[in-house]
Every structure is written in C-alpha cells, then in structure tokens.
Design a protein around this ligand. Structure first.
Ligand code: GTP
Ligand code: MG
Length: 317
C-alpha cells in the first residue's frame, strides 16, 4: 500500500523538532517564499487539532504580561506551548514574570516553549493569513497549544476569530465608555473576557458590568462568555483564566461547535485566498483600460461596467 506521504526534507526536520528549521520556515512564510509554500502544503494534513488561544484588546491592557503569566502557569503543569505575538511593543520574558521564581532562562532554551514575534509591517490584510500559517508550522513542530497576541487596526482585533479556537478579549477597569462603544463587536469576538489590572480600583465594578452585559447578550450558541479578573502583578486569577479557556475548549468538543467553527474559518480562508487571486487577475487584465474609458466618460456607471465584465468572464468558461 502507499507509504506515509513523503514530506520535503524541511518538513521532516520541522516534525523532528528542529528549531532552526522552524525559525527559518516562519521567516520564509512571512516573506511568502516558495519553499515555505511547499512545506505548508505538505504538512497541512498534520494540522487542525491544536488549541489556539487568541488574546486581543486595547493597547497596554497587559496582553503580553498575561501571556507570560499563562506560560508560567502552563509550564508548571508540564504543557508544551508556543506563542506568536504580532507586533508586540513589549518583550516577552519567557514566563519569568513572577519575580523570576521559575525561570526558563530564555524561552528559546526550554524545548517545550517557543516564542516568536512577527512584524505586521508590510502586510496588507495578509496578517491573519500569515499568522494562521505560522500556527500550522508550530503545530507540525509538535505544539498543540499556541497562544497568539494580536493588535488590531481598531482596538480589538476581530480577525482573531479567524485564527483562534478560543478568543480572549482583555480589558482593564475604567474602560466604561470604550466598552459601550465596542460592546456589540466585543460579544461577537469574545469567548472569554479578562479584566486585567484587577489590582487597580474599579475592577469589581468592571467585572460586574461586563458579566451583566454577557448575560444580556445570551447567545444562541449556548456559550455565555465568562468574565475573569486577573492581575499579572501578583498572579491573581491566572489559574481561573486558564480554566475559563479550557472550559470553552471543552464546550467546543461537547457541543459539536468545534467542527462548525473550523468549517467557518476554513471557508473564510479559502474565499479570501480565492478573492486575492481574482483581484490580482482582474487588476492585470488587458481589457481594464478599455472597460474604464466609458466609465470615465460617464457613458456607463461603475456597477454596469463591473456586471458586464463578470458576465463576459462567465461566458468565457
Ligand atoms: N497594575 C497592573 N499593571 C499591569 C498588569 N499587567 C500588566 N501591567 C502593566 O501594563 C503595562 C502594559 O503591559 P503589556 O503586557 O505590555 O500590555 P500589552 O497589552 O501587551 O501592550 P501592547 O502589546 O503594547 O498592546 C506594563 O507596564 C505592565 O507592567 C496588572 O495586572 N496590573
Ligand atoms: Mg503586548
């Protein structure tokens, strides 16, 4: 019978846990190089099982600090974990946030932790794509738990839902007005709310307000996002935050939502990739100038021009 599918050498090294190969493949993926493409194709069947936890929220609310604290918590429990941070403005200490009581020296020296930062510079809407591909590389390298910190163009990155299996929206006390304006959007994104900096005044109030909102927006899905208060300064709430994330992952399995969500994400991914191809193809079409001329002369309107073009494309097939 057919042997196991043959993997390119770089993909085999990746699976064997070679970190230099992993690092190089991530860079090549960021730069969209052909070798990374080939590896991504080859490893795709090996992916899809990882827990991907996205943390998003306004600037400076403590996303990186929370990831450091979660890293520490998870390593104490023997979990292997990878971190992807998009454009972090603050460095990761690799889990040594709680006064260095447990140190990983540097994250790169702990074989069970991998931390990678990615620059969003130069990306135009391709960030979710690259992040997703980097997560797949990490999964092929044996990480079945990946934490992703994202910064959106707005205050909360809605694209996190296209990447993460559990999305954590991080807020801080006294975000009252912002929460009001973000409200609708927030509830579409958040599987878990985290009120960080709970050591500051107003944390209880913020937690109550959010809990009430979460109860009001009683979702059809059967999952009500829990609200967890944390403080990375003293570690308060970190085990509870992790428990809330795990509870959501259990819910995905028990309710059958995991597959539905994966279908939604992959549908969006394929449609987006196809759109990019169409767009490039259309923009390069030699007929473009001829089609624009009558629009420019106000003889036909843009919508009509587009509709005729589309009709011609369909006839040609
Ligand atoms: N009082 C208090 N300060 C905190 C807490 N967590 C983080 N901070 C501080 O908040 C600041 C921002 O923390 P970061 O972890 O860099 O926040 P971030 O959300 O990753 O920031 P960006 O990546 O720049 O959006 C730092 O000065 C942290 O020391 C907390 O629980 N309590
Ligand atoms: Mg950060």
């Amino acid at each position: 019978m057919s042997p196991a599918p043959r993997l390119p050498p770089a993909a085999r090294a990746l699976r064997a846990g070679d970190r230099r190969v992993l690092a190089r493949l991530i860079t090549e993926t960021e730069n969209d190089l052909p070798r990374a493409r080939a590896v991504l194709r080859a490893i795709y069947p090996l992916t899809g099982r990882a827990r991907i936890v996205g943390l998003t929220g306004p600037l400076g609310v403590g996303k990186s600090s929370l990831i450091n604290a979660l890293l520490l918590h998870l390593r104490q429990r023997g979990r292997r974990v990878a971190v992807v941070a998009v454009d972090p403005s603050s460095p990761f200490s690799g889990g040594s946030v709680l006064g260095d009581r447990i140190r990983f020296d540097t994250a790169s020296e702990d074989p069970h932790v991998y931390v990678r930062s990615m620059a969003s510079r130069g990306h135009t809407g391709g960030l979710a794509r690259t992040t997703r591909e980097v997560v797949r590389l990490l999964e092929a390298a044996g990480f079945d738990l990946v934490l992703v910190e994202t910064v959106g163009s707005g205050q909360v990155d809605v694209e996190v839902r296209e990447i993460a299996t559990t999305s954590v929206v991080v807020l801080v006390p006294h975000l009252g007005d912002e929460v009001q304006t973000l409200k609708a959007g927030l509830f579409e994104i958040a599987d878990v709310f985290c009120v960080n900096k709970a050591d500051l005044p107003g944390a209880d109030r913020a937690r109550r307000d959010l809990s009430e909102l979460a109860a009001l927006g009683a979702p059809a899905s059967g999952w009500r996002p829990p609200v967890v208060a944390t403080s990375t300064s003293d570690g308060t709430g970190i085990p509870e935050l992790w428990e809330a994330i795990e509870a959501h992952e259990r819910y995905l399995d028990e309710s059958g939502r995991r597959l539905a969500e994966e279908r939604r994400r992959l549908t969006n991914e394929v449609v987006t990739l196809a759109e990019e191809r169409f767009r490039t193809h259309l923009a390069r079409d030699r007929s473009l100038a001829r089609r624009i001329a009558p629009v420019l002369a106000r003889r036909i309107d843009p919508e009509t021009a587009a509709r005729r073009w589309w009709a011609e494309i369909q006839r040609r097939r």
